[in-house]
Design a protein around this ligand. Structure first.
Ligand code: HEM
Length: 642
């Protein structure tokens, strides 16, 4: 269950990012000629004359460009020396492989399966072809990863096309900026996520965790009551059929009721678990948490549903939309990554419109909050939220005027945090509940550990576990580490070489003629896929059971993992100056919600032969095999505990 896409953009999209700028001028002219700005030609444009819709012309131009680039790439790689000339590589298959490279193969199976297959065959650095035959470097070698992410982080930025497409949607936050701007922004944002800051957020996490447990309980009770109601109706109509004299509840004598109950094989309702889509609930909860932590905004999506608030509604629509993109829309997204669109993004694609609505929704609320703070009318609870902390850090006397965030950059951080901090944590929670449902004895042990800790706490007259107590539970730690390793919400991310470089390898690979390759020379513009999920599951590093859920492995990690140099050993929160700024926040929130749920409910797999697959919806979400049209979901049997 891996992925070939990143939090930013589908991996395969950025196949087009490293296209050289020499195409840009000609392409822009073509764009304007066809559709984009017909008036500039003093005419209505060729599109108008040909009666092509903007979408069709966009795809047509994209296709022509990609074809030309594919052919020139092929010619280049055949006539000149490719950096990877003597490398073994996966063969691109199918009649469209000259233009689509290996991308079609990559769509089969669960996301990331093929990357793992290639890595097992070729090693921790694999060259495959993306759109237009572009050579793409898939990395899962620990030294290479640390070189790209840590040692030379700013020499391997995110692909420019993807970054600029995203910054039109998310604004200029830490996720989309590079180099000195990124360094400056991280300096202001980092203090918001220190241990002491997260300690302040913990009561909020507990409050929302309890609200989730209560809502789940209530909704299950309501469902049970509705079922009982239906059964009563059923009984009445059956009784009526058996004897027309029984026309209302009172007239049915108890023996008949028992008879009917037996006949209908009714179970004791209290012991029957409910089937609950846990993804739906965790997603609402983490959205509420991030709204309140970020700017003290109560989204109340648990109570009101995703459509109850403009922010929740827009994020919900965007995520649903990403999960149901048509082939045409996916092609649009691919083409949009061309750097030749720089300066004219965001293109009016359906996805961009939805994503922009998210930005606008957050911006309008955040502007209101900012105004209140400026006017001194903000309520006292805003004292400790992310916005207030960022504002304070920004105005600190130690920060030079030139280093301070501009108002639009502050806004960019908020949009970024809501996107980056919402679906990631809910996805991780969903996968952990699934894994624990599949491994009942592990579920039982971790529950026991949590209940014992809570009991001691209660005896001491405290309601909730403290930050230290929560993070000191060994089973909970192991389960958390293991699910993040095995099911990383962000499966991969993209980078490109800003200059020619040489990437070292920890584990040399074999070339086409058996020669040893222990370093990778890359040219400026080389596309790189940092494959988090593949690194996390490599059997040669983690052992033969690397693809299984085994939390106890964290008590005795293999020496190859310990020596990898990857901080925290798994790559799920990335590494280096661009690692996940919200890691401590996410882990604390995750543990608070999980321990509250485990103390209140037991989780079992869905009935029958339901098979859970995964699907890339920015993050890697679950869905049911054979029911793909229902979208992403994780139905589990949930039983309330006494
Ligand atoms: C289980 C939960 C989470 C996981 C697995 C996760 C993972 C990641 C990963 C892999 C990246 C790097 C993305 C890239 O470079 O393409 C990232 C970046 C980021 N994450 Fe998280 N994240 C999680 C939760 C959060 C939370 C809760 C927040 C905020 C409250 C957050 C805020 C961010 C931000 C702002 C960045 C951009 C950092 C930068 O580029 O400097 N994340 N996260």
């Amino acid at each position: 269950m891996c992925a070939n896409r990143s939090i930013i953009t589908p991996d395969s999209m950025s196949a087009v990012d490293s296209l050289s700028g020499y195409f840009a001028a000609g392409y822009r002219t073509a764009m304007s000629t066809f559709s984009m700005s017909p008036n500039r030609l003093g005419d209505k444009g060729i599109v108008h004359h040909l009666q092509l819709s903007p979408l069709v012309s966009f795809l047509l131009i994209g296709f022509i460009t990609v074809s030309i680039v594919a052919l020139s790439n092929l010619a280049f790689q055949m006539t000149f020396m490719s950096t990877f000339k003597n490398w073994q590589r996966p063969k691109a298959q199918g009649k469209w492989s000259w233009i689509m490279g290996n991308l079609i193969q990559m769509q089969k199976g669960n996301p990331g399966d093929i990357q793992m297959e290639w890595t097992e065959k070729f090693g921790g650095a694999v060259i495959y072809r993306g759109l237009a035959g572009n050579e793409r470097l898939l990395l899962s070698d620990p030294r290479a990863l640390m070189y790209v992410l840590h040692q030379r982080c700013y020499a391997f930025p995110k692909p420019s096309g993807a970054r600029s497409a995203l910054s039109n949607l998310l604004g200029e936050g830490v996720l989309t900026t590079e180099g000195d701007v990124h360094k400056r922004q991280r300096k202001i944002v980092n203090p918001t996520f220190t241990q002491s800051a997260i300690r302040d957020f913990l009561p909020l996490f507990w409050r929302h965790s309890r609200a989730l447990a209560k809502h789940l309980q209530t909704s299950m009770e309501e469902e049970r009551n509705a079922k009982m109601q239906n059964k009563t109706q059923e009984r009445l109509s059956m009784a009526h059929e058996l004897s027309p004299a029984y026309i209302n509840d009172e007239t049915i004598n108890q023996n008949d009721v028992k008879l009917l109950d037996d006949k209908m094989k009714m179970n004791d309702q209290a012991t029957v678990p409910s089937i609950v889509d846990v993804l739906h609930w965790t997603s609402r909860t983490t959205l509420d948490v991030i709204g309140e932590s970020a700017f003290s905004y109560k989204l109340n999506s648990l109570q009101r549903g995703e459509n109850g608030d403009v922010i929740a509604d827009s994020f919900n629509k965007m995520m649903t939309h990403v999960g149901q993109l048509t082939l045409l829309e996916r092609a649009q997204l691919h083409f949009e990554q061309f750097s030749i669109f720089d300066g004219i993004r965001p293109l009016p694609t359906s996805f961009n419109k939805r994503a922009r609505a998210c930005y606008d929704a957050v911006e309008s609320v955040a502007q209101k909050m900012l105004k209140e703070r400026r006017e001194g009318t903000a309520p006292p609870e805003t004292e400790k939220d992310v916005l207030e902390r960022v504002l304070r850090a920004n105005e600190d006397s130690s920060v030079k005027q030139s280093q301070r965030l501009m108002p639009h950059e502050i806004m960019g951080q908020l949009t970024t945090l809501i996107l980056a901090g919402h679906e990631t944590t809910s996805t991780a929670l969903t996968w952990v509940l699934y894994e624990l449902a599949m491994h009942p004895s592990i579920q039982e042990s971790v529950r026991k550990e949590i209940l014992e800790a809570q009991q001691i706490n209660e005896q001491e007259g405290k309601e909730d576990l403290s930050y230290e107590e929560l993070h000191a539970l060994p089973m909970l730690n192991n389960v958390t580490n293991e699910v993040m390793r095995l099911n990383p919400p962000v499966h991969s991310t993209n980078r490109e070489a800003a200059e020619d470089d040489i990437i070292p390898l920890k584990y040399p690979i074999k070339g086409e003629h058996g020669q040893t390759i222990d370093q990778i020379p890359v040219r400026k513009g080389q596309a790189i896929i940092v494959h988090i999920a593949t690194y996390n599951r490599r059997k040669d590093l983690w052992g033969p059971d690397a693809d299984q859920f085994r939390p106890d492995r964290w008590e005795n990690l293999p020496s190859k993992v310990l020596q990898s140099g990857v901080p925290g050993h798994s790559l799920s929160f990335l590494a280096g100056p661009r690692n996940c700024v919200g890691q401590k926040f996410a882990l604390t929130e995750f543990k608070a919600i999980l321990s509250t749920l485990l103390a209140a409910f037991s989780f079992a797999p869905p009935p029958g032969t339901t098979k859970i697959d995964s699907k890339q919806v920015i993050v890697t979400r679950p869905r049911i095999r054979g029911m793909e049209s229902q979208g992403t979901q994780m139905p589990l049997c949930v039983t309330p505990l006494q």
